[in-house]
Design a protein around this ligand. Structure first.
Ligand code: ADP
Length: 399
């Protein structure tokens, strides 16, 4: 009987999952994957085989939470893979704080440490911990591993992690942590396999999805990133503004009398592409298809701010050898990639238009001094890899 590992990635409104076989060496082999969307309101599940074939769709009548949905998910998965045995579950956990710099087996002590981190990521950490607790209750025999989105950035030097507030604030944990770490770790490891010459050099990876950030990689390790203390910093995103003059916050609170909850809603859910487009959409595909000037303005701002922050990270790296596009927009949008690259000509970036239109693995010309690549990310594979290595007691080379 083959052993399997389930990777869970719980977001604000969805749960992504992927089941892997443990038989296939360093990178576990994908068996099936899927997502449950609109978790809190009208949960809908879609499950696909590794080749994309639809396996199952389920719509639940009642609004759900993790407690209600997880038992059904485990049943549905085991019905599809009767001959395999689930032995471990890996979780994406958004915040590991200063101390949790590598994936950890879940223990009572770890759960206490994670509870203590909730104030650092109030919107996400508790959501990530909930399925861990549910599974301890439902399936106490399963090993569980927490994989932190911040961990990959623990190699950032202090100068990149420090915030220019008085020192006692930093001592209290107010510093730049960075996020999307599982995605960047996956990209960095893939580069080592497919472009070893680049992985030793100075590379910027751009994770451009609904959430978006950049990571400066030196020798495969993060030395700076655009998200900071929270996932609000850095690039403009689907519904978040990215880096924002803190004076705006004071103005909203003091002059406009907005409550903290209203400001939080504005910053996490009503800004970015959605807000600037005048509520046309947070989805880049919809904006590209729109003929409204405000949609164009939102796209232009996204590109302008992205290129500017690439410049800042190129300075942190003291030059640039490679650039990687990943995540939804990065992997699938030739228009956005070209527009960003056109603003990077001063760095020596030159795009091959055909390769870019075809989403080719390398989209720069021979003459380009920066090699520009598309590397599809796979956070669930990274979670499964870490889970397997923790469960089997192996240490991965530089985990
Ligand atoms: P998440 O951050 O939720 O995991 P994804 O990485 O899937 O999101 O990225 C979602 C974003 O990718 C959306 O803005 C979507 O419009 C965009 N996207 C996906 N495919 C394309 C495409 N072909 N062209 C432009 N944008 C795309």
């Amino acid at each position: 009987m083959t052993d399997t590992i389930l990777a869970l990635n719980v977001g604000s409104s969805s749960l992504k999952f992927a089941l892997f076989s443990t038989d296939s060496g360093e990178w576990p082999e994908l068996l099936l994957r899927g997502a449950i969307e609109e978790l809190a309101t009208a949960p809908r599940l879609k499950m696909q085989a590794a080749d994309g074939t639809l396996l199952q769709e389920v719509v639940w009548k009642d609004s759900g939470d993790i407690d209600a949905v997880l038992p059904s998910l485990l049943d549905l998965i085991s019905a599809k893979r009767e001959r395999e045995k689930l032995v471990a579950v890996g979780h994406r956990v958004v915040h590991g704080g200063r101390d949790l710099s590598a994936p950890q087996l879940v223990t009572t002590d770890l759960l206490t440490a994670l509870d203590d981190l909730v104030p650092l990521a109030p919107l996400h950490e508790a959501q990530n911990i909930a399925p861990i607790r549910t599974l301890i209750r439902l399936r106490p025999e399963l090993a569980q591993v927490a994989c932190f989105d911040t961990a990959f950035h623990r190699t950032m030097p202090d100068v990149a992690a420090r915030i220019a507030l008085p020192r006692d604030y930093e001592a209290a944990g107010i510093r730049r942590y960075g996020f999307h770490g599982l995605s960047y770790e996956y990209v960095s490891r893939r580069l080592r396999e497919i472009a070893p010459h680049l992985s030793k050099g100075r590379v910027i990876a751009a994770h451009l999805g609904n959430g978006a950030s950049l990571c400066a990689l030196q020798d495969g390790r993060s030395i700076d990133t655009t998200m900071g203390f929270s996932a609000l910093d850095g690039l403009m995103m689907g519904t978040r503004p990215g880096a924002l003059d803190p004076g705006v916050l004071l103005h909203l609170l003091q002059q406009r009398g907005m409550s903290v909850a209203q400001v939080e809603d504005l910053l996490y859910r009503r800004s970015g592409l959605l807000g600037v487009s005048g509520n046309i959409a947070s989805d880049m595909r919809v904006l590209i298809a729109s003929s409204e000037p405000s949609a164009r303005e939102a796209i232009d701002l996204f590109i302008y701010r992205c290129a500017g922050q690439i410049g800042a990270l190129a300075s942190a790296l003291n030059g640039l050898d490679g650039f990687v596009f990943t995540a939804g927009i990065g992997e699938h949008s030739p228009i956005i990639r070209k527009a960003i690259c056109d603003r990077l000509q001063w760095l020596g970036v030159e795009i091959d238009e055909d390769a870019n239109s075809n989403n080719a693995p390398v989209i720069s010309t021979e003459a380009s001094t920066v090699e520009v690549r598309i590397v599809p990310t796979n956070e669930e594979a990274m979670i499964a890899h870490h889970t397997l290595s923790r469960v089997s007691g192996l240490r991965t080379p530089d985990a």
